[in-house]
Ligand binder design. Structure first.
Ligand code: SF4
Ligand code: SF4
Length: 189
């Protein structure tokens, strides 16, 4: 929050001045998912001339997809770091030279989020679908039934005016129920 927005300062912290846009994220954004998103975009953007960029960005993207899908492995962070350096050093243009930035900076500042995904199979921001579970807080639930009405897979059941429950096997983690509950009774962890 204290970093001045100028070219040199942003470069120092592993970011860069873009073409005029700035994205502000809070704790509800998953930093691993953010890195996954950018690498998925960048692998399509690589012209393919430099092998480290063409193959490396794709491989990094695959690893990030796996981590977000709950298939992360010990050593993935270190491989991402190694590949980041190889791609940065071995690419001719600015795309390859900066493609690993989202990964390097998220590892640098939010390494604990990577650890949570890989070691604890948990997405602290509640974003990565394979790593989250929806549940209803019986203390807060009034049994209004609104969530059950919006759940397209009928994963929510309960009697009127009594606490409802979510069938975790049926739940597709779409998030529609959270939007509908006026009592903040639905948790995602
Ligand atoms: S919308 Fe909220 S309060 Fe109403 S039944 Fe669902 S969880 Fe309970
Ligand atoms: S997250 Fe979606 S599928 Fe799961 S209980 Fe809520 S509305 Fe139903």
């Amino acid at each position: 929050m204290d970093i001045p927005v100028d070219f040199d300062k942003l470069y120092e912290v592993g970011s860069m001045m873009g073409s005029g846009g700035m994205i502000v994220m809070d704790e509800t954004s998953c930093m691993v998912d953010v890195a996954r998103y950018f690498l998925a975009f960048l692998k399509e953007e690589s012209c393919g001339k430099c092998v480290p960029c063409r193959e490396g960005v794709k491989r990094m993207s695959d690893i990030l997809e796996d981590i977000c899908a709950g298939k992360g492995k010990d050593g993935d962070i270190e491989i991402l770091e190694e590949m980041s350096k190889a791609i940065t050093d071995g690419s001719l243009c600015a795309l390859g030279g900066s493609a690993p930035n989202p990964v390097m900076s998220t590892i640098r500042y939010f390494r604990e989020e990577y650890d949570a995904h890989i070691k604890e199979h948990r997405c602290p921001a509640g974003v990565c679908k394979a790593l989250i579970t929806y549940s209803i807080d019986a203390e807060k639930c009034t049994g209004c039934g609104l969530c059950a009405k919006v759940c397209s897979v009928r994963a929510i059941t309960g009697e009127k005016k009594k606490a409802h429950i979510i069938d975790k096997d049926k739940c597709t983690r779409c998030g529609a129920c959270i939007q509908s509950c006026k009592f903040d009774a639905i948790n995602v962890k």
